[in-house]
Design a binder for this molecule. Structure first.
Ligand code: FES
Length: 109
């Protein structure tokens, strides 16, 4: 994959990312599994491994309040802050993602 500053190109255009029915695509970037989430016409990105006990968030779902819900114990994580909805102090790593004329980029650092 092409690198542009600390942004890493993950696709040439939005249609290149195949989203399953739950709108959460799992892709590997620099050997790291991440989720790319299609939501409200935009994209979000986060690590795919749940910070609670390692569930695969790409098998989860999105709720109406901008949360990704883990399929294992149903913890909910805010896709802007990464904060868990239970107030237990778990944080999901959120990655900046942007769509530009020449592609879609994610920043892992
Ligand atoms: S592993 Fe995700 S909520 Fe427990």
């Amino acid at each position: 994959m092409e690198k542009k500053n600390n942004w890493i190109k993950i696709a040439n255009k939005p249609g290149e990312i195949i989203f399953p029915e739950n709108n959460i695509a799992k892709i590997t970037v620099k050997e790291k599994a991440i989720c790319v989430i299609q939501k409200d016409g935009g994209l979000k990105a986060c690590v795919s491994k749940c910070p609670h006990a390692g569930g695969d968030l790409s098998d989860g779902y999105l709720d109406k309040r901008n949360h990704i819900v883990c399929p294992v114990h149903c913890y909910r994580f805010n896709l802007d802050s990464g904060r868990d909805n239970n107030g237990e102090g778990y944080f999901l790593k959120i990655f900046p993602i942007k769509i530009e004329k020449d592609g879609i980029f994610v920043a892992l650092e």
